[in-house]
Design a binder for this molecule. Structure first.
Ligand code: AHR
Length: 485
């Protein structure tokens, strides 16, 4: 038995819904085939975007979507992706499989996707191979109202009104695929490029995000904050969970993996706690009032690709193990609401820890998708301070919503069911409804033949309450949410 003491009279801060953000890169079948099929496709679509995928994404209320990369962003020239398709320049996607990119999905199609799913924009600009002028003109093209060369071009291409750009990233992984830079050099470049990310819509200035560290590169964070901290609103952090822990050699399979790789993956995912704590502490030196965000704009599990698929396409299956990674990571973000205001799981469809997998006209929702669905009411709720004596394999987060309280918990242990008691300090509990995502096999997953193997169910056992407490028995390999009134 573990107990979670809830300080229901001492709220922490709002859980920015943008921590439930997602990422869509021109990589493998994320955009092409996964989201975009084109208006002439036999697959039912609206303006080229798959109806089945859009409907599923609307149900999880994606707050923000990062695009066009990733590594792709630093090779992307936005002007190649506007105007009539027949005139769009093709390019080689050097990072991801060396395939030819036809640029049929560009700025207009991205904003159409945002409009259909109801998400805000997070554009990642090109520093590695793009010019300052190119970046400035892209921002002008998207956000300038009235008359200007770029606003006029946008109108000529069919969209007179500007689009809001909530977040703008200046380069991606500039220490690696984005240009192999040193932090001092990048920080200076950041200062220069961001100067020209103009604010054409004074009511909604884009939140500017600098390229931050990979994993535990604390030196990078320190240098960028020292040199460019004054000019940024957020700094990114990328951390992927790997069963192999390190990047060398094989990473491990998404399915049919040994028990040890369950354990090591959870260990790797849990490193997020230390990374956020230590990078935040460095940011505190330069930003003690915590005005700037640590933006975890790439996170999730990363395995070897499914056998027989293109190694450059990063297509992997998704199991109850991934659901546990999602839940424990979202809990970590919610424990750091003072610094983590935006995060983007990688990636939305058919790539890495995806919400959705597609095969031609078929589509399935993954266990990770269901975690995002179960956690919906955490979005923009108030995180509550808790203290607990939970076993190592159980984590939780508690928020105050407009309907009551949402408790979420994950038990990523493999064998033992855990009883968890939630003790409220002042609230009188009148009702509690639970949902559980569970499997008794480590690699339980949904596929195109059996799409509903792993999906949430109402909790009919293992949940009780009295006036001051709620008690949940959570089986191993499970994610549970409880709505408390
Ligand atoms: O998400 C896949 C890739 O991982 C991204 O393109 C890159 O930024 C990171 O290394």
């Amino acid at each position: 038995m573990g107990t979670v003491y809830i300080d229901d009279h001492r709220p922490l801060d709002r859980i920015n819904k943008d921590i439930y953000g997602q990422f869509s890169e021109h990589l493998g079948r994320c955009i092409y085939g996964g989201l975009w099929v084109g208006p002439d496709s036999d697959i039912p679509n609206t303006n080229g975007l798959r109806n089945d995928v859009v409907t599923a994404l609307k149900d999880i209320q994606v707050p923000v979507l990062r695009w066009p990369g990733g590594c792709f962003a630093d090779e992307y020239h936005w002007q190649d992706g506007i105007g009539p398709n027949s005139q769009r320049k093709t390019m080689v996607n050097n990072n991801w499989g060396g395939v030819t990119e036809n640029n049929h999905f560009g700025t207009h199609e991205y904003f159409e996707l945002l409009q259909q799913i109801g998400a805000a924009a997070y554009i990642n600009g090109n520093v590695g191979s793009g010019t300052v002028q190119e970046m400035q003109e892209w921002v002008e093209y998207m956000t300038m109202n009235g008359t200007s060369p770029m606003a006029d071009l946008r109108a000529k291409n069919g969209h007179p009104d500007p689009w809001p750009v909530k977040y703008f990233g200046v380069g991606n992984e500039s220490w690696g695929c984005g240009g192999n830079m040193r932090p001092e050099y990048y920080a200076d470049l950041y200062r220069r490029y961001q100067t020209f990310v103009r604010n054409y819509d004074p009511a909604h200035p884009p939140t500017k995000i600098a390229c931050g560290p990979s994993n535990d590169d604390y030196h990078w964070t320190d240098e960028v904050m020292k040199i460019a901290g004054h000019y940024l609103d957020g700094i990114s952090l990328h951390h992927y969970a790997l069963p192999s822990i390190t990047w060398s050699g094989k990473k491990g399979a998404a399915l049919s993996f040994p028990e040890q790789e369950w354990v090591s993956l959870m260990q790797s995912a849990n490193e997020m706690e230390e990374l956020i704590t230590r990078h935040s502490a460095i940011m505190d030196k330069y930003d003690p009032d915590k005005k700037k965000s640590l933006v975890v704009d790439e996170w999730g599990s990363w395995y070897d690709v499914e056998p027989g698929t293109n190694p450059g396409f990063l297509y992997q299956q998704n199991t109850i193990r991934d659901a546990c990674v999602a839940a424990l990571t979202l809990h970590i973000f919610q424990h750091h609401v003072d610094r983590v205001h935006l995060a983007n799981i990688a990636q939305m469809v058919n790539v890495l820890q995806a919400m959705i997998l597609t095969d031609g006209a078929k589509m399935i929702k993954t266990p990770t998708y269901y975690v995002f669905k179960m956690f919906l009411d955490h979005q923009d709720a108030t995180a509550l301070n808790t203290q607990d004596d939970l076993p190592d394999t159980v984590t939780t987060s508690v928020s105050k919503t407009d309907k009551g309280y949402l408790l979420s918990l994950v038990n990523y242990g493999l064998t033992v069911a855990e009883e968890v008691r939630y003790a409220f300090q002042t609230h009188t509990v009148t009702a509690a409804q639970g949902e559980i995502l569970h499997s008794s096999t480590m690699d339980a997953h949904n596929d195109f033949e059996a799409p509903d193997v792993v999906q949430p169910e109402a909790m009919t056992a293992g949940l009780t309450h009295d006036a001051h407490q709620v008690t949940v028995t959570i089986p191993p390999m499970s994610v549970v949410t409880v709505h408390v009134q």
